[in-house]
Design a protein around this ligand. Sequence first.
Ligand code: TXA
Ligand code: MG
Length: 316
Amino acid sequence: MQTQIGKSVFNAKKLLSNGKLVAIPTETVYGLAANAFDLGAVSSVFRAKNRPSFDPLIVHVSNLAMAEKIAIIPDELRQIVNILWPGPITILCKKKSSIDNLVTAGSDFVAIRVPNHSLTLSLLDKLSFPLVAPSANPFGYVSPTSARHVFDSLNGKVDYILNGGSCKIGLESTIISYHNSEIIIHRLGGISALGIAALIDLPIRINIQNNSNPAAPGMLDKHYSPKVLLRIISPKNKEIVDENSALICFGSQSYSKHKYILNLSKTDNLDEAAQNIFSFLRKLDTLSINCAYAYLVPEYGLGAAINDRLKRAAVH
Ligand code: TXA
Ligand code: MG
């Protein structure tokens, strides 16, 4: 099967209603969507991504009312998503029985968000079921920020790609939960910790799992990895580098000799860097080089999430 790419919400709806897989655009990254209530379709998502069944799937809904149908949402999280949805924030909440254990990998908690993309919102509005949609990449590889990226790694495994152009944010959603009067951040993403802190008068704790055999699923050290060997280096250390290489850098950082220089944002703009990071990591695999290097970016704004992705991409 050759995967079709198009802009037809009607086609996407028809396929999803028949248990098929459709890649959907969001403001963060493209998702590999299926009917969350159709367990055959949900299983196909795990298979298409080669994703282990212990790694649960995010559920996408069209609005807060639909989210309340599938989970119990604490007031504290409701206060945040009331402002940020549709947008790059995912909440972990106690699931209701309509969400099967297959979706949550056996957990009582389900991850939910309302994505901010007109095509996908119009699709969700027309559906009578929520969509599971993990990022539309093979497990462990770099997330897709364009229809072409999805096609390049999942052609033949997804029935249709709804083409919504390049993702505006370019990093996955920030995942949060509420526990013991604290907001806990489980994954850094499209909204910074400060962006959340501005919305609620509660302590914010960042709790990112960083081991290779995680108790919390999906937080494996190695992730977002290009096939080419990537190393994080610092512009301050004059390390010996292989010149037959590419360097991912940012702004006016200085560099030594590399065959290719991929600058995330020549104007020091971290939003632009976020938009570019995944396409640059994918680009590394198309270049004829021995290895690749990256400099970390400043930690403010989306910088912390970009650095998280770079560090995981460099684990081999
Ligand atoms: O921006 C995004 O969140 C994108 C777009 C497509 O919406 N989706 C995305 O999905 O990044 P995925 O599957 O690539 O990453 C979701 C992360 C995984 O690390 C998964 O383990 C975690 O969320 N997750 C999902 N459901 C969970 C649950 N019930 N409990 C704990 N972690 C969960
Ligand atoms: Mg992913």
